[in-house]
Ligand binder design. Structure first.
Ligand SMILES: [Ca+2]
Ligand SMILES: [Ca+2]
Ligand SMILES: [Ca+2]
Length: 202
């Protein structure tokens, strides 16, 4: 009976600290090589701050993005890898004011993912906000976004695909880091500890 009780307490505590999937966002900029605008000029500083592609995408009509410029490139690094789970694994969020359709405003990006920044999985070209499935690539620490916008589709001065940020739907834990506890997990762990304490006092 005593052994069974200890076993149950252990189970509760394991359930309490077991890792839970969590979403994450790009942590750092590895490479930013902005292209030019469609008139051959440089992208203005307020539209080429690559740090604006990091963290939680704001998803607002504001200067929340880094423009790629035509044929420009951005490599984003994740401290904890994006994992391949069933279905889509990450979403690239683009900023175009008023959220136009792709046919109305065809800003496009060629997306690649990599575990080691040496070998890249190619996801092809997508338009505006787009979701991606790692589809067999177990995990990815790097995403490479290369502008693939056709300047002939635009009048006025434009600077191609604007990266607000990336949402990874499931990320691995960082080794030697503080584990992420789910709220219910923390309650279970506390309950397990309390039971252990009370039982031991008897
Ligand atoms: Ca997947
Ligand atoms: Ca845009
Ligand atoms: Ca942003």
């Amino acid at each position: 009976m005593k052994k069974l009780f200890y076993f149950l307490i252990t189970l509760i505590m394991i359930a309490g600290v077991s890792a839970k999937d969590f979403s994450c966002y790009a942590d750092s900029v590895d490479t930013y090589k902005p292209g030019l605008n469609n008139k051959g000029g440089s992208i203005s500083p307020d539209r080429s701050d690559s740090g604006r592609a990091l963290g939680i995408p704001e998803e607002t009509d504001s200067l929340n993005f880094a423009s790629l410029g035509f044929s420009g490139e951005l490599i984003l690094k994740f401290d904890s890898a994006i994992l391949d789970k069933p279905g889509f694994d990450f979403k690239v969020v683009e900023t175009s004011y008023g959220s136009p359709s792709c046919s109305a405003y065809p800003e496009k990006v060629h997306v690649y993912a990599s575990f080691d920044k040496i070998s890249w999985k190619d996801f092809g070209v997508k338009c505006l906000d787009s979701e991606f499935d790692l589809d067999g690539l177990d995990k990815a620490y790097y995403l490479k976004l290369v502008d693939a916008t056709d300047p002939d589709h635009f009048s006025g001065t434009v600077d191609a695909y604007d990266v607000d940020g990336v949402i990874a739907y499931s990320c691995e834990k960082i080794p030697d880091n503080v584990p992420e506890f789910s709220a219910i997990g923390m309650v279970l762990a506390a309950l397990g500890s309390l039971l252990l304490f009370v039982f031991k006092r008897k």
